[in-house]
Design a protein around this ligand. Structure first.
Ligand SMILES: C[S@@+](CC[C@H](N)C(=O)[O-])C[C@H]1O[C@@H](n2cnc3c(N)ncnc32)[C@H](O)[C@@H]1O
Length: 270
């Protein structure tokens, strides 16, 4: 194990905190444990040289590897399924009734490897059914990690991982990839637009969203970062729009203007 020196610890944690909102200032052992092997695999014998290499990578691939190693990309289809029930029963009927331009705008912010936006796309397809072609229903999905976005874009998942999704979805929305994997159908893949986007950067969207899912993402953010990001989500929503966070998260200690709907679901009052 390569020992993480105090100046290296300070340099890495302050960079990741300032630029990505990820607060690892109490995670010294985690950093050492998760990076040591990779650092020596790359041929470095200290973290500072490795960190210089990360910062000089113009493609930003290495910063995304670093963030990946220090945070978690864990996700799965239909995770926290009450949110999807709410989406089906409340959000979609509301949009269907009120959106005269037939333009559904949903954002999965911190989408990891795509299971969350594809779940939303399948529910949307089920709901709109034969009306689908009248709608622009593309879901925006973003993450800071190019690695997870690559998996997301491929839309390929193991049969084992898909064993718990409804049989009907597998029949309608997946096709064989190889013996062990299935891939989402083209209509579902086209139903999601992936972007690399850092939530700390400026939000510039042409139109406000009907719903934003930012679930299990802000867990690493400190309070000022959370306050700022939640305010940006609020501003990016249409009045009446919904905001979803992870079920183990809360906005209790965050300054915000949302109306509380139920645990982990909030609404911008119209
Ligand atoms: C645990 S996953 C959550 C996936 C999905 N939303 C879910 O609940 O299953 C958290 C994701 O947030 C992303 N993330 C962390 N900080 C971010 C930031 N500043 N901007 C954008 N994405 C970020 C990570 O790369 C990771 O893929």
């Amino acid at each position: 194990m390569i020992k993480l020196k105090e100046n290296e610890f300070q340099a890495i944690t302050s960079y990741v905190h300032t630029n990505y909102g990820v607060d690892l200032r109490k995670k010294r052992h985690l950093i050492e444990g998760r990076l040591s092997h990779y650092v020596s695999q790359l041929g470095y014998d200290n973290y500072m040289d490795y960190f210089e290499y990360v910062k000089n990578d113009k493609q930003n691939d290495e910063i995304s590897v670093l963030i990946n190693k220090l945070t978690t990309n864990h996700t799965y289809f239909l995770r926290e399924s009450e949110h999807f029930d709410f989406y089906k029963q409340q959000v979609l009927p509301w949009v269907d009734e009120t959106e005269k331009n037939r333009d559904l705008r949903v954002w999965s912010a911190g989408c990891s490897s795509g299971q969350e936006p594809y779940t939303l796309a399948m529910i949307t397809h089920d709901y709109l059914g034969s009306k689908l072609s009248n709608w622009d229903s593309t879901i925006l999905a973003s993450d800071i990690s190019d690695k997870v976005l690559m998996t997301a874009k491929s839309g390929v998942y193991s049969k084992e991982e898909l064993s718990k999704i409804p049989m009907e979805w597998k029949r309608k929305y997946f096709k064989d990839y190889d013996e062990e994997y299935l891939s989402v159908t083209d209509s579902i893949r086209k139903g999601v637009a992936y972007r690399n986007f850092n939530l700390l950067s400026r939000f510039q969207f042409k139109k406000p969203f009907h719903a934003i899912f930012c679930r299990n993402v802000m867990i690493y953010f400190d309070k000022p970062t959370k306050n700022a990001v939640v305010q940006k989500f609020y501003d990016a929503l249409l009045p009446g729009g919904y905001f979803f966070i992870g079920q183990s998260e809360s906005l209790a200690s965050v300054e915000h203007s949302f109306k509380y709907v139920k645990p982990s679901i909030y609404q911008k009052e119209g």
